[in-house]
Write a protein that binds this ligand. Structure first.
Ligand code: FAD
Length: 455
């Protein structure tokens, strides 16, 4: 059973999917006149929706606030001399992420192995990959908990949704040291402490994740090639950049979007894929229902800073080097894996308060704090560091965070409300997905919303 099927059977499948299939036949007949569909946001949800509709011959216009498509998929060249590139947003495509894999194949984009063998740096001691582990007894208990979760009833699911992940692990007897390591590891997945995430949300992720926790592939040449590939299929003239929506008006049959630059755009339907922070800033006429506004105000996004350090040489030696640490740099990985050259990059992936703290430092201080973090393993590497390129998603003007984080009671609480269509507007995006927090989820919700309109 895959994650989606499980969520369907446990009564927790995204409301977007359920509502989409319910409204499908009716909406499809309404769109027969080949009316234009507007899409807010050229992230993966918006692009996937537009690509689906384009294939059905439905005209689309995407309105994107930034001057680039891709949203949280953002590949950047980090060193002009070596041409090394790195991901400042989404990094891994998981082996269970079927739609991403299928679409990469369709777009002719090879997927490269991007798996790592994890070292541990804890209390100043370095444990190389394969030389550390969880307590054997706890390993067995944990495996059983994940297996049992797959047979869970909706009622039990709701019970777990009332617990946070840290407490759930504690209640099931995780040893203290293992809990410390779990906090470090799992907080990289959720972007905040595991005290801030629903146990149901965590279990549904880990019970269905691949062996390497969906950290399996990366697109050759960078994940932004996926964005470019979809944009080319949709037609770049249908993707309008620098169009920040400030007002959405729904009249009897139409939807009109007014952008900050004064332009107006109309269509018979709108698919809104913008993150909740940005959605809340839009003037909706008529106003969104109170329950939806409440849900928008409740959902938080996690804070992540990615800092890509360009080094003169790859002193870590192992191509598959990554390391979880209890230092401010948090998690490190060899981000130039599969890119040739003498120079190399290590990315520091810091979450929560650590991310915020690093974001407040000037570049030189940040570089030295990150290099200092790995000193117990490699000595003083600062003289080898040429550059650091960082992006702090907690300060991003449109998301104010990296991805949504479902706290206790929220998975079964506000998700349905966030996904509920409103008149001629339907909603999509990572935050509504079964594979929440992943590119796969963004794509699936975009396609679901498009399918609901065009069949
Ligand atoms: C640091 C980080 C690491 C990640 N790692 C991974 C990973 O390893 N693997 C993985 O699968 N996923 C990962 N993700 C998650 C993945 O990037 C997202 O799930 C996905 O890209 C979200 O797509 P989206 O279309 O839902 O949202 P977005 O990409 O945010 O797209 C929404 C778009 O709407 C636009 N917009 C906002 N407001 C307006 C407005 N008013 N008018 C017009 N346009 C507007 C935005 O500019 C944006 O382009 C990561 C994300 C981050 C930030």
């Amino acid at each position: 059973m895959n994650r989606r099927n499980f969520l369907r059977s446990s009564g927790a499948l995204s409301a977007a999917t359920l509502l989409a299939s319910r409204n499908q036949a009716e909406a499809a007949s309404r769109l027969k006149k080949r009316e234009r569909v507007l899409i807010l946001g050229a992230g993966l949800a918006g692009l996937a929706a537009a690509y689906y509709l384009t294939k059905k011959d439905v005209p689309v216009t995407i309105l994107e606030a930034r001057n680039r498509p891709g949203g949280r998929v953002f590949t950047q060249q980090v060193d002009p001399e070596s041409k090394l590139h790195a991901e400042l947003g989404a990094e891994w495509v998981g082996v269970s992420h079927n739609r991403m894999i299928e679409l990469c194949r369709e777009l002719g984009l090879p997927l490269l192995n991007h798996q790592f063998d994890t070292h541990l740096l804890l209390d100043g001691t370095h444990y190389p990959a394969g030389k550390w582990n969880f307590d054997a007894g706890w390993e067995g208990t944990y495996r059983k908990l994940l297996a049992d979760f797959k047979g869970l009833s909706e009622k039990q699911g709701r019970t777990y949704d009332r617990l946070d992940w840290w407490r759930y692990l504690n209640n099931h007897g995780i040893p203290e040291r293992d809990l410390e390591i779990k906090e470090l590891l799992d907080s990289t997945d959720f972007g905040e402490s595991i005290r801030n995430v629903s146990a149901f949300s965590s279990l549904s992720e880990y019970a269905f994740s691949s062996e390497k926790n969906e950290m399996d592939f990366r697109i050759e040449g960078g994940n932004s090639r996926f964005v470019q590939g979809l944009a080319a299929k949709i037609g770049t003239s249908n993707i309008l950049l620098g169009k920040k929506a400030k007002l959405v008006r729904q009249d009897t049959g139409d939807v009109t979007v007014v952008c900050e630059d004064g332009t107006q755009h109309s269509g018979s339907r709108l698919i809104c894929t913008v993150p909740v922070f940005a959605m809340n800033k839009i003037n909706w006429q008529p106003a969104l229902p109170a329950a939806k506004v409440e849900a928008l105000n409740e959902l938080q996004y996690c804070r992540i800073i990615k800092s890509v350090v360009v080094f003169k040489e790859r002193f870590w030696q192992e191509d598959t080097f990554d390391m979880i640490t209890d230092t401010p740099g948090h998690y490190f990985f060899h981000s130039s894996k599969n890119q040739p050259g003498t120079k190399g990059t290590l990315t520091s992936y810091a979450v929560g308060d650590k991310a915020h703290m690093l974001s407040r430092m000037n570049k030189e201080v940040r570089k030295s704090v990150i290099c200092d973090a790995i000193r117990p393993v490699f000595g003083n590497v600062l003289p080898h560091a040429e550059e650091v390129v960082s992006y702090y998603w907690g300060g991003d003007p449109y998301t104010q965070g990296a991805y949504a984080i479902y706290d206790t009671r929220q998975w079964f609480g506000i998700r349905q409300e966030l996904a509920r269509p409103y008149r001629n507007v339907s909603f999509a995006g990572e935050h509504l997905a079964d594979w929440q927090g992943f590119m796969e989820g963004a794509v699936q919700t975009g396609e679901d919303a498009a399918r609901a309109l065009a069949g």
